[in-house]
Ligand binder design. Structure first.
Ligand code: F0G
Length: 458
């Protein structure tokens, strides 16, 4: 008999989690104004809100924490981290920051000006925020196929070379760099192929532009290249990562994802002028250059995390679990962005709650229903997150309306995945009876999803 797949680690420490009753959850959800960000974590049984900063560190990482050098300047922990980043990315210059958006803030302070145009593939919210807040434009050049959730293609996060070429032909004077997000979170944790990175490089070279990789989930991207792209099956994750970065000029990193630390980030680049430029903003915004926004102990843990998570076994265990959850949803006929991506399932709420009008936010309604059903917390990546059009102030209904269920790294077991799937199935089975959604009663002007107050419509 063939041996079944099993995790590449065993568990050394556990953290109890609490179940609750439906009555309790009804009350808590009401108190939270039907916004899942407003729940207290102990009101959640299985937390799929994000895979960011929620991973479990290994024994080697915890051991490294004890070796942290907290010197203000010249910390040996910084040099450990820098050497690891040099080895994994090939980028010589490193600036530590407290998280990914801080890396964006520091680098973009140097590079993005009013009127700049930054083409890319589905810029993440904070990336877009740091571009738009500088009165610049984030131009989305993702392939159109990413919008069709039921279409099954291996690299659905790709940049459309034609759109990129057109953008550069028209705007090259105002383009400070191109940014490619690996994996493409907004499109569903979808990978970008090496071939596509080569195409982006060629277009960038033609116009004399540089390329930044938003690398939050670069190791998962490398895993997909290894398992899906021709010619990479026999290469190691580290070899693939090095090749990906060789096609770029620099990176911003949220280490809270593929670095498997709870907080951290950095900028890395091969260009001294970018380093010198960004350095000036690191000191006032983040801190001195050998700690940025990080503790010495956190830099040690990150160095180990980066090394561990660019090993195949660790990634295989992780992606296997996400695929396991997707397999259960397939069994139950629940539609999600296909094929499943690296860090989450993105349930297509507009195909589930077909009786809820878009003005009543189907994905948010599905998130609420799933929480009420079993205490599982997901996150709306849909019409509420999309905010209003800055000019017309109308809601933006043009994109997808998804419920994202993130899988934290090395945290939950496959049994938890079974609970998530069963809870979703129960909601799915009564989907026709769900005809009303929610109404916004208070919202912030930007990034409203974190604090929005909602009312349930009956
Ligand atoms: N880039 C990508 C692709 C991200 O997914 C995130 C964060 C960031 C940058 C910003 O990094 O949070 O460390 O400041 N994504 C989290 C999420 C918040 O839930 O998807 P950060």
């Amino acid at each position: 008999m063939e041996l079944p797949f099993a995790e590449s680690w065993r568990i050394k420490m556990v953290e109890p989690i609490k179940k609750s009753t439906r009555e309790e959850r009804e009350q808590w959800m009401k108190e939270a104004d039907y916004n899942l960000f407003q729940l207290r974590s102990e009101q959640v049984y299985i937390d799929c809100l994000t895979d960011s900063g929620t991973g479990a560190m290994s024994d080697r990482q915890w051991a490294a924490v004890m070796m942290g050098d907290e010197s203000y300047a010249g910390s040996s922990s910084f040099f450990h981290l820098k050497e690891t980043i040099n080895k994994i990315t090939g980028f010589e210059y490193v600036i530590p920051t407290h998280q990914g958006r801080a890396a964006e803030n520091v680098l973009f302070s140097h590079l993005v000006k009013a009127g700049s145009i930054v083409p890319g593939n589905s810029h993440f919210d904070t990336t877009k925020g740091h571009i738009e807040s500088r009165k610049a434009t984030a131009l989305d050049c993702t392939i159109d196929e990413a919008k069709d959730t039921q279409l099954e293609i291996p690299f659905k996060g790709n940049v459309d070379p034609k759109k990129l070429e057109t953008a550069l032909a028209e705007h090259h004077e105002n383009v400070p760099f191109i940014i490619v997000t690996i994996t493409n979170n907004t499109a569903g944790g979808q990978p970008v192929s090496m071939q596509n990175l080569r195409e982006v490089r060629a277009i960038a070279d033609k116009y004399g532009k540089r390329v930044v990789l938003d690398s939050a989930r670069f190791a998962e991207n490398a895993y997909f290249i290894k398992t899906r792209e021709e010619g990479y099956a026999d290469k190691t994750i580290k070899e693939i990562a090095l090749e990906m970065f060789s096609l770029a000029d620099g990176m911003t990193m949220s280490a809270k994802k593929d670095g498997i630390v709870n907080m951290g980030g950095f900028i890395a680049t091969r260009h001294e002028d970018w380093y010198e430029g960004a350095k000036r903003f690191c000191i006032p915004f983040e801190g001195y250059l050998t700690y940025g926004g990080m503790n010495g102990r956190d830099m040690e843990a990150l160095a180990v995390g980066l090394d561990e998570n660019t090993e195949f076994d660790n990634l295989e265990t992780r992606i296997h679990q996400v695929e396991f959850l997707a397999g259960l949803l397939d069994e139950y006929g629940i539609p999600y962005q296909r094929p499943v991506g690296g860090h989450a399932i993105f349930v297509d709420a507009s195909k589930v709650l077909t009786n809820v009008p878009k003005e009543e936010f189907p994905a948010q309604t599905l998130a609420i229903e799933l929480y009420l059903e079993a205490g599982v917390r997901g996150c709306e990546i849909g019409y509420i997150l999309a905010d209003r059009d800055p000019v017309t102030r109308e809601n933006r209904f043009g994109g997808l309306d998804l419920l994202r269920l993130c899988v934290a790294r090395r945290v939950y077991t496959d049994n938890h995945m079974r609970v998530i799937a069963a809870a979703l199935k129960n909601v799915f089975d009564r989907r026709d009876s769900i005809t009303r959604g929610v109404k916004i009663v208070w919202e912030a002007e930007l990034m409203r999803h974190f604090t929005v107050k909602l009312e349930r419509l009956q």
